[in-house]
Design a protein around this ligand. Structure first.
Ligand code: ADP
Ligand code: ASP
Ligand code: MG
Length: 422
């Protein structure tokens, strides 16, 4: 008998029929003798629907009070799906109880809409498990020190599940979703993408941070920190397939170097359309400009990703960087208002139609020429590279958004990631 955590995403919880299916699957695991904790997401589309209603009423309120209410609102999605799952389990003849984040409690900091989990008190959950109940805990939410409801950022139910598994020292955390594992790239964009049997923790961390939304990055961080055995698998297999077969399906995140997936040089390709580029034009090339520009941006709590400074001409240079698209308007306003005049720069140009494409692989550590192969492959497709950044196990480029699919497909092929056709 083991303690197992299951997480079901929005699509997997998307209708009463699917919830019934989840209940039957969970009941199968519980009847096999496991102690079950289940973390569901809101039914698909629900979080967007709720946040859309808020936007209708107040399109661009930036005050903290607004974000508090957004969390109060969005958290209801998971409360509803969790209760429905408990009801479905009871209808299956199981004892089940659902808890909202605050009832566990899952304690977080107070950063509304992107709160971080600080601690989880598992006493109540343990007591229920020992009394033979299946325990359902809402994903995506917690409570701060002052008793306010918080949420963990989009896709945050993954993080709730892994954090619960870590706190309770679960035997394994199984992330059930609408694809049957982690692929070499998003299978919805590249049909030739291959499912990986295993993926190393480091690669998964890079893939998640570079845009592969199959796992929220913080869930991978938690798994790494607490060594939580983590597997991504499909919720769309028949619920009554053999449990041992199901337990071995999907993709396992591994922590051992020698278990690295297939020893490929490039293991996966990630992309992300969430960023926007800002270029400060005609900046006097003297010490302190990076600090003046990026310091002002950081003071406004805006995260900067890629940065590039051109060589100077006639004592002037251009300075470009990327931010999240949600922060783009605020960042440009801020620069125009304060920084541009102080610097004596001539203009600010922005581009929201960019995307970042990245190749990821542990094998890049020990191989040269990987980045140049990437650049060659993009140039053969006539795709212009606007920015580049590299680290030990990844290379990212910023390109025009309209070439995203073309670039991902070309790189997928160039690095031999395509599925071998039978
Ligand atoms: P859930 O609602 O279950 O949390 P998400 O939509 O958040 O599901 O994540 C699953 C989706 O992630 C898939 O439907 C797929 O389109 C996308 N995805 C992106 N990159 C990958 C990848 N490398 N492997 C698998 N899925 C990926
Ligand atoms: N329901 C939340 C979202 O849509 C959390 C999640 O699904 O993981 O982002
Ligand atoms: Mg998700």
């Amino acid at each position: 008998m083991a303690l197992i955590v299951h997480k079901y995403g929005g699509t997997s919880m998307g209708s009463t029929e699917r919830i019934r299916n989840v209940a039957k699957r969970v009941a199968k695991w519980a009847r096999a003798g496991h102690q079950m904790v289940v973390v569901p997401s809101a039914m698909s589309g629900e979080t967007n629907r709720l946040l859309g209603l808020a936007k209708e009423l107040a399109p661009s309120q930036a005050e903290t009070g607004y974000y508090r209410e957004l969390d109060m609102l969005a958290a209801t999605g998971e409360q509803a799906s969790s209760a429905l799952l408990a009801i479905a389990l009871q209808a299956e003849g199981m004892q089940a109880v659902s808890y909202a984040g605050w009832q566990v409690p899952i304690r977080t900091n107070s950063a509304y809409t992107k709160a971080r989990i600080e601690s989880i008190d598992d006493a109540r959950v343990k007591a229920d498990l020992n009394a033979g109940r299946v325990v359902i805990i809402t994903g995506f939410q917690g409570i701060d020190e002052q008793g306010h409801i918080t949420t963990l950022g989009r896709g945050g139910s993954d993080t709730s599940a892994v954090a619960v598994a870590a706190a309770m020292k679960a035997h394994e955390c199984l992330i059930y979703t609408d694809v049957d594992g982690v692929y070499t790239t998003d299978p919805r964009v590249v049909p030739e993408a291959r499912r990986l049997q295993t993926v190393s923790f480091e690669e998964m961390l890079e893939m998640a941070s570079l845009g592969s939304k199959v796992l929220q990055i913080r869930s991978v961080e938690f798994a790494g920190k607490y060594k939580v055995p983590l597997r991504v698998l499909s919720s769309f297999t028949p619920w009554d397939i053999d449990l041992n077969e199901e337990a071995k399906s999907g993709t396992l995140i591994t922590f051992e170097e020698d278990e690295q997936m297939e020893q490929a040089i490039v293991s996966g390709i990630a992309f992300n359309r969430d960023e926007a580029k800002i270029a400060v034009i005609g900046v006097p090339d003297k010490p302190g400009i990076a600090y003046q520009i990026l310091g002002a941006v950081a003071d406004a709590n805006i995260e900067v990703d890629m940065i590039i400074q051109n060589i100077s001409k006639d004592g002037k240079t251009d300075f470009s960087f990327t931010v999240h698209r949600n922060d783009y308007a605020r960042a440009t306003e801020l620069l125009k208002g304060k920084v541009l005049p102080a610097l004596g720069a001539s203009d600010i140009q922005g581009d929201t139609k960019i995307c970042k494409v990245s190749i990821v692989g542990i094998g890049m550590r020990s191989h040269v020429g990987v980045a140049s192969k990437m650049f060659r492959s993009l140039s053969e497709e006539g795709i212009n590279i606007q920015m580049i950044s590299t680290s030990e196990i990844k290379t990212s480029v910023v390109i025009d958004e309209k070439y995203m699919e073309l670039a991902v497909r070309a790189l997928h092929k160039a690095f031999d990631l395509d599925q071998v056709k039978a």
